[in-house]
Ligand binder design. Structure first.
Ligand code: ADP
Ligand code: MG
Ligand code: MG
Length: 342
């Protein structure tokens, strides 16, 4: 039974420290940010991190999309079920990440860069919106050498399910492809997250290279729309987009692809074999919502933990929505109270 296998789930992406604060229009304007967006930092954005810490009482929270997913999945599974890979620096920020993942019982195998600092994600909250600006730094130096090193590759060979966050396509597409191909070759499960609208838009080629390997592709409505536009699907209908994602050519013919599109409080759309299912989200009173950052990461965590435990598709979706609901009641993108806030 997969659930009892040690480190059955292996996740790859960019470990980041979130520097999160309540902002305002002026702050967004100062750095040219949209209120609801996720971007990579340009040089003019770099001062925002100190600005947030010094002038906006920012808190530090362990982040990074797939690292949140990995923590959440470990929360749902027996001990020693999940391992996470990515690149960090040799600094106090990495120490905070180590502390947070340890509390979650998540095993990490970080590539430690001797020169670059740990990556940071500035999270500016204005009302119900959040704007994220990421300086990848050490995370950007993840490489195939780390993945293929004997100790790490042994974990790859031992895992049954791989989860790759789309953000990693800006870093090391060959690492994503190595996991994708390993999954297809051994009929293991490859789960991919679209991560952000800019991935389908600006990283179309590496994205399309991974597409044939997706057994499960997970995204939200804005990512689905960005995919449709950048790929000329000629529709803004989320169900049609989900169907199109599910119907893309597939490397491993032994598994039917499933496309899962979440839409905040609107029903989750699931497409497979030309069929659409809709799943209502778990309702929660607005007063109980603390922070919706990472709702999608938590959904992916619950969903993927379900796959690892051999649950049905409907159960996996339900478990994803359950964990997302739990997560948005906490501060920061964590499924449980495992923040490293200061
Ligand atoms: P992302 O964080 O990637 O934008 P979504 O906003 O689509 O992802 O949220 C993912 C899932 O989180 C939803 O499908 C739902 O299950 C849950 N969720 C998000 N916001 C709410 C909410 N306000 N109430 C209840 N569930 C929510
Ligand atoms: Mg959303
Ligand atoms: Mg998301």
């Amino acid at each position: 039974m997969a659930a009892n296998k040690e480190f059955a789930l292996l996740c790859l992406e960019n470990p980041l420290l979130d520097i999160q604060a309540q902002g305002d229009e002026n702050l967004l304007k100062k750095y040219g940010l949209k209120s609801n967006d996720a971007i990579l930092a340009s040089p003019e954005h770099i001062p925002i991190y100190e600005d947030l810490l010094n002038n906006y009482s920012a808190i530090l929270i362990a982040g990074g999309g797939a690292q949140n997913t990995a923590r959440g999945a470990q929360y749902m599974l027996p001990p020693n079920s999940v391992v996470y890979l990515g690149g960090v620096g040799d600094d106090k920020y990495a120490a905070i990440l180590h502390d947070a993942v340890k509390k979650a019982g998540l095993r990490v195998e970080y590539r430690v860069d001797p020169k670059e600092p740990t990556g940071r994600c500035g999270v500016v909250i204005t009302g119900h919106d959040r704007s994220m600006v990421t300086d990848l730094a050490a995370a950007n130096h993840y490489d195939l050498d780390h993945l293929k090193s004997p100790e790490v590759w042994k974990l790859v060979e031992g895992a049954e399910v791989y989860f790759v966050g789309g953000y990693h396509l800006t870093v090391c597409p060959p690492a994503a492809m190595a996991l994708a191909e390993e999954a297809a070759k051994n009929n293991k499960t490859f789960v991919f997250s679209l991560s952000a609208p800019f991935i389908p838009q600006f990283f179309k080629d590496p994205l399309d290279a991974t597409a044939p390997y997706w057994d499960y592709v997970i995204g939200n409505e804005t990512e689905a729309l960005s995919y449709a536009e950048s790929h000329g699907l000629g529709t803004k209908d989320i169900k049609e987009i989900a169907k199109a994602l599910a119907a893309l050519p597939k490397a491993n013919g032994k598994r039917d692809r499933v496309a899962i599109i979440t839409q905040g409080t609107e029903p989750t759309i699931v497409a497979t074999k030309g069929e659409i299912s809709e799943y209502k989200v778990h309702a929660i009173d607005a007063s109980q919502i603390n922070d919706t950052t990472g709702a999608g990461d938590a959904f992916a965590a619950g969903f993927t933990a379900g796959l690892v435990a051999g649950k049905s598709l409907a159960q996996c979706v339900d478990q994803g929505q359950w964990l997302a609901k739990l997560s948005i009641q906490e501060l920061g993108p964590s499924a449980v109270n495992i923040n490293a806030g200061t």
